[in-house]
Design a protein around this ligand. Structure first.
Ligand code: AMP
Ligand code: MG
Length: 405
């Protein structure tokens, strides 16, 4: 039985990247660049002023104070002007091109204006307050690397470089299949013994949050024929996630169906809790994640095992969120032999994350999941973790945000 880390390694080693597509700039937000992009031109495109002030020849200001004749005005968007003669200056605004002859800008705050003349009395260095052509990014240099997830800052760079279309990995299409005779769909009224298929929707939400496209293929009943049909339908997508029917119960048929279809099972069962009975297989070259059905097990295994795989499929290089350190607030008991993830709320004390049990830890209990801020990992080899122990955490929401003070 693989450990948690081994299971994730096995999964990632079987993941292939999906192809690419070209999308309009704004649609690239949150997507991953599929190619290195070279700058089509210099940025800035021309030497320009970083300040409102006066463009001068630094040599004219070698003995101070310098008294210069103002011969022109250059606003942002202004055109090149005739060369500025020795002893002269041009009033210039931020972003305006530096006129020929000038090699420095003196900010307006540092001069005294006197009619058509300007008096400079502070030291002037060549190139001061000038943004040099190509200093930000030179034409032909790599401006963004393949594998970069596009944020507003990348959007700004791409726009400045005239890129209306952006090459990105396409969104992985991820089929989501629920299994179980007890399941009904959202919108139906639950009769006796029935349960709404909530896993499909929490999984779809996770898939979407990962930047992929969920494809809901509904419910397969606890019989071989029904599951076979639905699994085959799911293979039209890039990956398939099933939930439930993967433990050791009489009606847990997902693995048997996959075996009958010729899937290569890479593992079944992991040394982790929740999520122990998770299986991973490859069928027709597509990864198939068979997650346990208890809603919390489904979410936790998605977070740790499926999400990194989806990110990798869509070209992202760094896909694993390392644990951060925290302090356990209360004693915790557990079984030896499994890495336990418990749902905790976080309070920050003296700059440290202190983890408190968020409530009932049974894997069917959704309220503890909605209440928790983080999952705390209690080591596999321990049966007891005393209050005050340093523990590993993965945050599930931004616990550092505060209300205005
Ligand atoms: P199983 O893994 O099939 O034994 O299911 C374990 C538990 O998860 C049972 O209580 C199921 O009713 C519940 N369950 C299974 N599938 C879903 C689902 N799609 N949505 C919500 N709960 C489910
Ligand atoms: Mg079942």
């Amino acid at each position: 039985m693989p450990s948690f880390d081994e299971a994730r390694k096995i999964i990632l080693s079987h993941i292939k990247t999906v192809g690419e597509e070209t999308v309009p700039l704004m649609d690239s937000l949150g997507r991953v660049l599929s190619r290195d992009l070279a700058a089509p031109w210099d940025m800035p495109l021309f030497d320009n002023s970083a300040m409102d002030g006066f463009a001068v020849r630094a040599a004219d200001c070698s003995s101070l104070p310098a008294n210069l004749r103002v011969t022109g005005f250059l606003p942002a968007g202004g055109q090149d002007q005739p060369a500025v003669e020795p002893g002269c200056a041009v009033r210039i605004m931020t972003g305006a091109p530096i006129p020929k002859g000038c090699n420095a800008v003196v900010p307006v705050e540092e001069v005294i204006e006197d009619g058509a003349r300007v008096i400079v009395s502070s030291k002037v260095l060549p190139r001061q307050h000038i943004r040099i052509k190509g200093a930000d990014v030179a034409a032909g240099a790599r401006m963004l690397a393949a594998g970069t997830r596009i944020r507003p800052s990348e959007i700004g760079m791409l726009a400045a470089m005239g890129q209306a279309l952006v090459p990105v990995h396409r969104k992985a299409r991820v089929a989501i299949l629920s299994t179980g005779d007890e399941l009904i769909e959202l919108g139906e009224i639950p009769g006796p013994g029935k349960v709404i298929n909530s896993n499909a929707l929490s999984l779809a939400a996770g898939v979407r949050q990962a930047g992929a496209e969920p494809v809901l293929i509904g419910i397969a009943r606890d019989d071989l024929a029904s599951q076979k049909e639905k699994i085959l339908e799911g293979l039209a997508c890039d990956a398939l996630i099933t939930s439930a029917g993967v433990s050791a119960g009489d009606r847990d048929l997902v693995r048997e169906v996959l075996a009958q279809l010729g899937a290569q099972e890479l593992f079944w069962k992991i040394e982790m809790k929740p999520g122990g009975p998770t299986a991973f297989a490859v069928l027709d070259g597509k990864p198939v994640f068979s997650l346990p059905g208890n809603p919390v097990s489904t979410m936790v295994t998605f977070e740790f095992l499926v999400k990194p795989a989806l990110l990798r499929m869509m070209g992202q290089h760094k896909v694993i969120r390392p644990f951060i350190k925290g302090i356990l607030a209360e004693d915790a008991h557990k079984k030896v032999g499994k890495l336990n993830f418990i749902r905790v709320t976080i309070k920050k004390r003296h700059g440290r994350y202190v983890a408190h049990c968020a409530g009932d830890q049974h894997t069917g209990v959704l309220s503890t999941m909605t209440r928790c801020d983080a999952l705390a990992a209690l080591p596999s080899d321990l049966s007891f973790v005393p209050a005050g122990s340093e523990i590993d955490l993965v945050l599930l929401r931004d616990v550092d945000l505060v209300e205005e003070e």
